[in-house]
Design a protein around this ligand. Structure first.
Ligand code: GLY
Length: 351
């Protein structure tokens, strides 16, 4: 078992190790005093893990209120959010009770936003069941729902009371979803952990617990330095700015992790062109993405990507903060005028 301390304004711990799913009851007991735990999950995860989670909570004396919604980003909306709040109200959840997010990023974001706003704030616990949620979405307190105008447009910074990451639940993850998480793991290596890149490049099976812990440790440091995402935390956006354009151009048919992989290649190629990154970084990144079955190119035009990328909320006024690799295992923020983004994308697409 590995434990990582997250020193946010509300400090908490991320526990990583097999068996945690069956310990959720006893661990929740130490986190809130009320008699009830509302477990939020989706139609993919609930059939696999809801009964084990419920059994653990009931064994610890909790009354369990389940809330299960159809899996997928399309559910991360105001309708599901309000239905969850109504469910909490109907079952008389009080500020002494808590919520458990059992699922991937959609479940965690939605549950966190409900926890932040129901009764002006109730406790919640993250139990991530995807690699992507384990290394990123479950840690750091970003909670949100999507609006018709874009993803994550309504949300709050609201930290969980704890994160329980049981890597054994990743065994049921479809290979494409595991690859999505690997894109975020590679991102952590590229922004500041060359030793993680060594681990990823080494032949043989991955020690998933070690890999998750390294990512969470780095995320914890960035959240501690910049909880509200005005500076250092933005390093986590490597590959995400142009990746957002790729996702949006595909109507979200291209998954987040695959879009981030493509975004990392494009930004690295452009950084090499502009003399900000040594040329050798690009083929090494591409080989790593290939090893983890992640894409490296897109058919969308520079103009189409530019238009969609500009609709992303990461933009601020006339400037855009790009995350640019500066060497193998290190990146930095690079402010560019919005007007020059098109040429970055053009250089990124040039084979
Ligand atoms: N997912 C990026 C962040 O938490 O800041």
């Amino acid at each position: 078992m590995t434990t990582v301390d997250i020193r946010a304004s509300q400090p908490y711990q991320v526990h990583i190790g097999p068996g945690l799913l069956d310990q959720v009851g006893e661990r929740a007991r130490a986190l809130w005093t009320g008699p009830t735990a509302a477990v939020v999950s989706d139609s993919n995860v609930a059939p696999l893990y809801l009964s084990r989670c419920t059994a653990s909570l009931e064994a610890a004396g909790f009354r369990v209120v389940p809330f299960v919604f159809p899996a997928g980003e399309a559910s991360k909306n105001g309708q599901t959010y309000l239905a969850l709040l109504e469910c909490l109200a109907e079952h008389h959840i009080t500020r002494a009770d808590g919520l458990v997010a059992l699922g991937g990023g959609v479940v965690g974001d939605l549950t966190g936003f409900a926890a932040a706003t129901f009764l002006r704030g109730v406790a919640f616990l993250q139990l991530p069941t995807t690699l992507l949620a384990a290394v990123d979405a479950s840690v750091g307190g970003k909670t949100a729902i999507d609006l018709h105008h874009g993803k994550n447009l309504a949300g709050a910074f609201y930290q969980p009371k704890a994160v329980l990451c049981d890597p054994s639940v990743l065994d049921t993850l479809p290979p494409a979803d595991f690859a999505d998480g690997c894109a975020e793991v590679i991102k952590y290596g590229m922004i500041g952990d060359p030793a993680l890149l060594d681990i990823l490049e080494a032949p043989g099976p991955l020690d998933v617990e070690t890999v998750i812990a390294r990512c969470v440790e780095q995320k914890g440091r960035l959240v501690e330095a910049d909880e509200f995402d005005t500076g250092a935390r933005q390093l986590l956006n490597l590959g995400h700015t142009i990746g957002h354009g790729v996702e949006a151009c595909s109507g979200y048919a291209i998954s987040h992790g695959k879009a981030v992989a493509i975004g990392m290649v494009l930004i690295t190629r452009a950084a090499v062109h502009f003399g900000l990154c040594p040329a050798a970084v690009l083929p090494r990144l591409q080989a790593l993405l290939e090893a983890y079955r992640l894409p490296q190119s897109t058919e969308y035009s520079a103009q189409a990507l530019y238009t969609k990328t500009l609709s992303d909320k990461k933009r601020s006024g006339d400037a855009l903060s790009l995350v640019v690799p500066t060497t193998w295992g290190e990146s930095r923020l690079h402010s560019v005028p919005v007007a020059s983004l098109l040429s970055w994308i053009e250089k990124g697409l040039q084979a």
